[in-house]
Design a protein around this ligand. Sequence first.
Ligand SMILES: C[S@@+](CC[C@H](N)C(=O)[O-])C[C@H]1O[C@@H](n2cnc3c(N)ncnc32)[C@H](O)[C@@H]1O
Length: 247
Amino acid sequence: MNTSDKTKAHTEEQYDHVQSVFESIASKYDIMNDILSFRRHKAWRKFTMKQMAMKPGDTAVDLCCGTCDWTLSMAEASGTGQVIGLDFSPNMLKVGENKVRAKHKEDQITLVQGNAMELPFEDNRFDYATIGFGLRNVPDLEKVLQEMRRVVKPGGMVVCLELSKPTWQPFKGIYYFYFQKILPSLGKLFAKRYDQYKWLPDSLALFPGREELAAIFRNVGLEHVKAYPLTGGIAALHIGIKENRHV
Ligand SMILES: C[S@@+](CC[C@H](N)C(=O)[O-])C[C@H]1O[C@@H](n2cnc3c(N)ncnc32)[C@H](O)[C@@H]1O
């Protein structure tokens, strides 16, 4: 196997592994999010929506939408605008679909099974492209950001909410102890899945820190990039704009 074949095989292996993880934890995903983040994810999502300042009628695509929390928040904020949720896990989408139906948002939200690295949408279509706790899972994050930039309109916003790496000691030490040692055991206790939750800290280890990710946003051609640390830097919100001249 040459280097490019090896990279391709590794990419496919990672893609399949991540897909199987989410297929197996889908029914417990929402409750585990509340438990493992001590419900902090709700505050992070609220802060994110405030920074996005959506207007009535705005359109959005939510990559790695999973069980559709962010997809639904955007549909509620835009009132009439169409929102598409995309994810590669049928089981996660099924949970999301039930929530969309319960909130009577079927006319406004379309769910699509697909790959975040190859979006099945034309250029310059949406006002917003978002990805929540998904960028850490993809084999090629730059490709995903390029795709997000491609599908937003000039002036549109690319938004990523993701776990990040705290830098402040002693909080950093306590956090990593929780994340690496305690969290997988909580996954075993509440969701009967150890390996799937052990994989969570592993996936963060290879992920860029807050400033590094902001630099990648700029590298893919996004402008006015902002990076907000959340809860001592354990999560971060990144926002970039596709400038009007990049048509
Ligand atoms: C941690 S969950 C996040 C779900 C949701 N965005 C949220 O905020 O709760 C990550 C999601 O990304 C999806 N995912 C991971 N890699 C993907 C890819 N390459 N293409 C599409 N979806 C992907 C998984 O199926 C899973 O639903």
